[in-house]
Design a protein. Structure first.
Length: 482
């Protein structure tokens, strides 16, 4: 580690696609560690693959992290801007004898690889260019012969204490002399990462365990460059419900998709945190401050995590219920306006009523889109009836019409339109007809909303008010008696 007492961690995505939920989970764990222990969370965009890196993908990474609230410290580092340092580090490794120039062509390497396969042996570079005389190497370089720079792996074993997997060891004989600089002078991933992590003074490298095979190579580069080793932590992969690595076949994998599906960022973070980490006990629902307080590397798990969309939806429902209304409202309002249920001016004008409506609807919602759909009957002049709701609750149209007609009369005669009077009126009607109150509530629910699921009938009547409630019943009666 560096002399700095502050832990420094980084998230280093490649801008070749959108921010994947696996990447977001990695960013979250780095961020939680930094925030828990008073460290710094840095962002590096690994844009050295110019053919595949795009500005659109870079923007999507920023947008995703900003939506989640994973704020980074210091300026963003762009790996592509560090080419001169990468090349200087490669040259330094050449000068100290830790690397050598390799003039073998891709065709020659492919041929030797095929020969090794024919012998049923693992291909390993035979270091033939490492034994070239110095003057021959200089002659080829002077002649402009294309070549790469390979790192010379020492004998022995490369091992480290991983924060997640404990002790991990790789025999060096099983690792090839790997390329660190291409023939066009651009760095290979392992060199660029180590060079940048040294320059950024990274003390903890926390990433997916698909990087474990890169770690012994990177450790050897750190040692050859005379730099202190960071602590490594390799997080478990995220799998779909079928046990296979999470991919598009499992549904949405981009963080931005879940934002558009009406999820809360706090719920997404809570869900991602549980993919490979346990806060202890049976605790699942947590706010961001609680996650920071509870976070510990002791809770990091080795086994693959399972991404369950239903669990995510449930988690979002929990957060919808507990998030402060002032925080929920600005996330729902744009969707209400987009659905053309109301204008911003109308919502401002009826703000107290609107906030009560949100509080009423969020309890039975799992996404922001659910809230918007349930809100329709409270805003629209006209509503549509769900065929399933009609078939279930207005099965006998004559009976449903008779019941709704009596319900209308009972409600129309209510003096003060409050919960106690409304309940008394409806229960008196139920007793008069010799039926359970629920037999009145369900047909009335369909008349008011067109749906089978809604808040409690009294809460709905209060929120809609006398005028709209009676108007909805009249419309239902007209439909039932046509």
């Amino acid at each position: 580690m560096t002399d700095s007492s502050k832990p420094r961690l980084r998230f280093a995505p490649s801008p070749t696609g959108y921010l994947h939920v696996g990447g977001a989970r990695t960013a979250l764990f780095n961020w939680l560690y930094a925030r828990k222990y008073g460290g710094e969370f840095l962002l590096r965009i690994e844009d050295t693959d110019k053919a595949r890196s795009t500005d659109e993908s870079t923007r999507a990474i920023f947008d995703g992290l900003e939506w989640l609230g994973l704020n980074w410290d210091e300026q963003v580092v762009y790996q592509g801007a560090n080419l001169v340092r990468h090349q200087a580090d490669a040259k330094r490794l050449l000068e100290i004898g830790a690397a050598y120039r390799c003039f073998c062509t891709p065709a020659e390497l492919d041929e030797r690889r095929r020969e090794a396969e024919a012998r049923k042996e693992a291909f390993r570079y035979d270091r033939r260019c490492d034994v070239l005389p110095r003057d021959e190497v200089e002659r080829r370089v002077a002649a402009g012969m294309p070549h790469v720079i390979r790192f010379r792996l020492p004998d022995g074993v490369t091992e480290w204490d991983d924060l997640v997997h404990s002790r991990i060891a790789f025999p060096n004989k099983d690792i090839d002399d790997f390329v660190i600089l291409r023939s066009d002078g651009t760095p290979i991933y392992n060199l660029a990462v180590v060079s940048d992590d040294i320059a950024m003074r990274i003390t903890i490298v926390m990433r997916g365990d698909d990087h474990i095979s890169n770690t012994p190579k990177q450790i050897q580069l750190y040692r050859a460059l005379g730099a202190p080793l960071p602590i490594f932590a390799h997080l478990p992969m995220i799998h779909g419900l079928d046990g296979k690595k999470l991919s598009k076949r499992h549904g949405a994998t981009a963080v931005g998709d879940y934002q558009h599906y009406g999820l809360l960022p706090g719920a997404m973070l809570n869900f991602l945190a549980l993919l490979g980490w346990s806060p202890g006990g049976d605790r699942e629902v947590m706010t961001i401050p609680e996650m920071i307080e509870l976070f510990s590397v002791d809770g990091l798990q080795k086994k693959a995590a399972i991404f369950d969309p239903k669990k995510l939806e449930w988690m979002n429902g929990q957060h919808l219920s507990m998030v402060p209304l002032e925080e929920l409202e600005p996330r729902v309002t744009p969707k209400i306006i987009e659905a053309r249920l109301a204008t911003e001016e109308q919502l401002v004008e009826r703000r107290d009523w609107y906030l009560k409506l949100l509080d009423l609807l969020r309890v039975r919602s799992r996404t922001i889109d659910d809230i918007v759909n349930q809100a329709r009957p409270y805003f629209l002049e006209d509503i549509e009836y769900d065929p399933v709701a009609v078939a279930k609750n207005w099965k006998d149209s004559a009976e449903a019409a008779s019941l709704l007609s009596d319900t209308r009369d009972a409600l129309d005669n209510v003096g003060v339109w409050d919960s106690a009077n409304l309940e008394s009126s409806l229960r008196t009607l139920a007793e008069k007809r010799g039926i359970a109150a629920g037999k009145i509530f369900q047909p009335l629910r369909v008349a008011l909303t067109g749906l089978t699921v809604s808040p409690g009938i009294l809460e709905m009547l209060l929120q809609m008010g006398r005028g709209l409630s009676i108007k909805r019943i009249d419309k239902a009666l007209k439909k039932l008696t046509v």
